[in-house]
Structures are given as C-alpha cells and as structure tokens.
Design a protein around this ligand. Structure first.
Ligand code: C5P
Length: 302
C-alpha cells in the first residue's frame, strides 16, 4: 500500500489581472503549502474505486481524485485500477486547495503504483486540466508564485517557515461562483482602487523574513466578493486583528481566513481565544515535510 499526505495551501497574495477567452481568469498569486493535510492510500485493484471519510463529499466520477486517476489512466493507455481511500481533514470548498491537492496526490500515488515513471512536468501538464492549483501541489517548494490560471508555478527558495491561525466558518463558497461574481460586481471597483502590484512586496518580505512588510502586502482581490457572500468573514478578520495577528486575509476564494503570527506560540494563544466560536480553528505552519513527489518516487522504487 502507498500512503501520501496531501497538504492544503494559503494564498498570501491573489491578484486577478484579467479575464481569458477560455472563461478562466489570469491571476498572479503567492502560494504557501501548509501542514494541514488529507491522507490518501492506494492499493492495487482491478478497477478504480474511491472511498472517503467525509460523507458530504461525493466519491463518484466528479471527485477530483477520480478525475485525476481517469486522466492518468487514459493518457497512459493503462487498464489497471486502484483502490483509493481518502481521509479528509482539509475543509471542503474553503479556499484551501484540498481538492486540487488530493488530485495531485492521486497522480503521484498512481504514477508510483502503476510504475509509470512519468516526470513531474508531464504530471503537471495533465494535472492542470484537472484543477488550476494541481501543478503547485505537484511541485516541491513550500512557497511558489503562480501565474496564468495559477498553474504556471515558479518556486520561491530560501523562505523561512511561517505560523498562522486558520479560522474557517461552516459556509462553503465555490471558486466558480466567486470568480463569476467578480466579473459582475468587482472588476471595476478593484481595478480602480488596487495599488499597482503587491506580489513583489510579498516576495521581498518573505525573502527578508520581514513579518511587518509581509502583513502590509497581504492581499486578495476575491476577498470583497467572498465577504459579500459570507459576511462572517469580516467578523473573523476583526477578531484575529484584535487578538494581535500581524495581518489577516482570506485564502483563495474563501471563506477560510488566516492570521499571520510571529510564531507558533502566538498562534496557539490566538487560537485558544477563538475556540468558543462556531468556526473551525487550527494552528497551521508552513509545510516542512518531504514533498509528496519525493515520497511517491521512493515508493515506486520499493
Ligand atoms: O481550476 P479549478 O477547477 O480550480 O477552477 C474552478 C473554477 O474557478 C473554474 O471553473 C473557473 O470558473 C474559476 N477559475 C477562474 N480562473 C482561475 C481559476 C479558476 O475563473 N484562474
């Protein structure tokens, strides 16, 4: 059996820079991989079959794990299957990239189980068709700049790990709806009010280890839309700021909110003060584990 962790992500910056003819949006984002993870297990089997610990999640063909598995099966011309079990811990439809990360883990796990030996670049090309964030999760760096739909990733080396409090209200927002609303409601407003660029400020701050500068550079163009759909986001943000977080932002299309902390001890203290709320509260840090791509290669060799 092969076991892989599928970590979540935060967007430390997310700018929508244009609309594309294919219906997607051109974005510029700064991804951070965090240590909140789903776990996937793969076993040889005649057909593709998925089970999951989360009853609210479909285990049918629409699940990104099965979509990724089918795409790899078809592209490689294989008829072999696998029994895949998904232990879900990342909140669903929260802006944390759980579905894309599961899809990336599925590609890596099956690449090893089926002994395909596809290189990461080839898996990333296939993965981009399954979800815009899959390519980031196939990479090794905990921090990366994503461009295009988010699938063109450039790793950012030499960045010290960060600590955060994550607060996720029970509401679910779909990325598709938030981008559609951005088209209707916010494009003009945001393009008129936005400073020219924040991604360079954030990358500079990360490289220098300057938390104050990083906090000032946090930005998410989808945030005003997410707050309109889910006003409790604004309440969570005020609570995090009041409790001393250096900066706060929505991740992806929300509704997950993260607060930037000086260290894990501060994050624990802030999280402790939030536990009476009906939000899911976690202390999370930059992913320090081995990248799944390395783990799956080792499994392939065993
Ligand atoms: O690629 P992914 O499946 O994560 O995207 C979900 C939906 O979000 C897409 O169908 C699209 O409507 C929207 N999207 C977008 N621009 C992006 C990424 C996603 O419009 N860069």
């Amino acid at each position: 059996m092969i076991r892989l962790s599928a970590p979540a992500k935060l967007n430390l910056s997310l700018r929508v820079v244009g609309r594309r003819a294919d219906g997607y949006h051109e974005i510029e984002t700064l991804f951070e991989r965090i240590d909140l993870c789903d776990e996937l297990a793969f076993e040889p089997h005649g057909e593709l079959a998925l089970t999951c610990t989360e009853p609210a999640l479909s285990c049918g063909e629409d699940n990104l794990v099965l979509r990724a598995a089918r795409a790899l099966q078809q592209a490689s011309g294989l008829t072999r299957g696998a029994r895949i079990h998904l232990a879900k811990r990342i909140p669903i439809a929260a802006g944390l990239g759980g579905g894309s990360s599961d899809a990336a883990a599925a590609l890596l796990g099956l690449n090893a189980l089926w002994d395909l030996r596809w290189p990461p670049g080839r898996l990333a090309e296939l993965g981009a068709g399954v979800g815009s964030d899959v390519a980031f999760f196939l990479g090794e760096a905990p921090f990366a700049i994503g461009r295009g739909r988010g699938e063109r990733c450039e790793p950012l080396a030499g960045v010290r790990p960060l600590a955060h409090v994550l607060a996720v209200p029970p509401d679910r927002l779909t990325t598709k709806d938030i981008f559609a609303a951005w088209d209707q409601e916010a494009a003009l407003e945001i393009s008129l009010t936005a400073p020219p660029s924040s991604i360079s400020m954030v990358t500079h701050a990360l490289r220098n280890g300057s938390l104050g500068e990083l906090a000032k550079g946090l930005r998410n163009d989808l945030q005003p839309i997410a707050i309109r759909r889910c006003p409790v986001i604004a309440t969570i943000q005020s609570s995090l700021s009041r409790l001393g977080c250096e900066g706060v932002s929505v991740s992806g299309s929300g509704p997950a909110v993260f607060g930037l902390c000086r260290d894990a001890a501060q994050a624990e203290a802030v999280a402790g003060s939030l536990r009476r709320h009906p939000w899911r509260v976690e202390v999370v840090q930059t992913w320090r584990g081995e990248p799944a791509s390395k783990v799956s290669v080792r499994w392939g060799v065993v």
